[in-house]
Write a protein that binds this ligand. Structure first.
Ligand code: KIV
Length: 285
């Protein structure tokens, strides 16, 4: 039977597991050993705890929260304060997974000083152990500056959602020869700037495989085929909580349908006076 007030946050993983915490360093070794890496997005404590206990290696507090949590059409309105808030919720739940705080639009583009300041806030106030930012050659200086502050940085190239207005929509990148050259140059610039890993988003599978072979840091793909060192999905897509999912997604559950069924059943029980029942009532002493 559940209790009220609820018990304190579960210490569901033995403290010895902390020794096996995923780190930016350990991910490099995973690539060398040819072991695949799994990353999911998370935005709150409840799901972060589930994913962490399930052995997901990295939890990304993505600026995709603008879409899946806040209901915007793009990620552009998301603020640094909002990402920090959600990162704090996720970091609190994680015992093993590496927590990556996403740097939202406007938090690193103006200057590399701004970028370091934003990254420091994600670590200090949010509890992130690494940060991610979008862009290749143009983001190299910011990546280098953040890495020099000893904050592990993940790059993100290919389809970069914060560049929606330049790209003219969420368009797959790297379909022409010129774009292929640009995506590879971006990925190499990210590695040279000192990133520990890079997300490859929305590109032909053979290009992502080529980039993965040419880089020594792990690549984490999304809509980039199986040749990457790891894969990432937005949790709402994975679990069937999105209204629409892109074609590269495999839905592993249909929680949306289950939630709707549960809510309908609850509404009917309340209307019919069937809930609460005897066993849900407190008794006088
Ligand atoms: O914001 C996000 O969730 C992301 C992933 C899709 C990689 O950047």
């Amino acid at each position: 039977m559940s209790t009220y007030p609820p018990p304190p946050a579960a210490t569901h993983v033995a403290s010895s597991c902390r020794e096996h915490r995923v780190t930016a360093r350990s991910l490099a070794a995973r690539k060398r050993r040819g072991e695949k890496i799994a990353m999911l997005t998370a935005y709150d404590c409840a799901f972060a705890r589930i994913f962490d206990a399930a052995g997901i290696d990295l939890l990304l507090v993505g600026d995709s929260l603008g879409n899946v949590v806040q209901g915007h059409d793009t990620t552009l309105p998301v603020t640094l304060d909002e990402v920090i808030y959600h990162t704090r919720l996720v970091a609190r739940a994680c015992r093993r997974a590496l927590v990556v705080g996403d740097m939202p639009f406007g938090s690193y583009q103006v200057s590399s000083e701004d970028a370091v300041r934003s990254a420091i806030r994600l670590v200090k106030e949010g509890g992130a152990q690494a940060v991610k930012l979008e862009g290749g050659v143009v983001a190299a200086e910011a990546i280098a500056r953040i890495a020099r502050a000893d904050i592990p940085v993940m790059g993100h190239v290919g389809l970069t959602p914060q560049s929606i207005h330049r790209m003219g929509g969420f368009r797959v990148q790297g379909r022409t020869e010129a774009e292929r050259v640009r995506v590879l140059a971006d990925a190499q610039a990210v590695e040279e700037a000192g990133a520990f890993a890079v997300v490859l988003e929305g590109m032909p599978a053979d290009l992502a495989t080529d980039v993965t072979r040419k880089l020594s840091i792990p690549t984490i793909g999304i809509g980039a085929g199986p040749g990457c060192d790891g894969q990432v999905l937005v949790m709402h897509d994975l679990l069937g909580l999105s209204e629409w999912t892109p074609s590269f997604v495999r839905r592993y559950a249909d929680l949306g349908a289950q939630a709707a069924k549960a809510a309908r059943a609850f509404g009917e029980d309340v209307a019919g006076g069937k809930f609460p029942a005897e066993e849900h009532c407190y008794k006088a002493r």
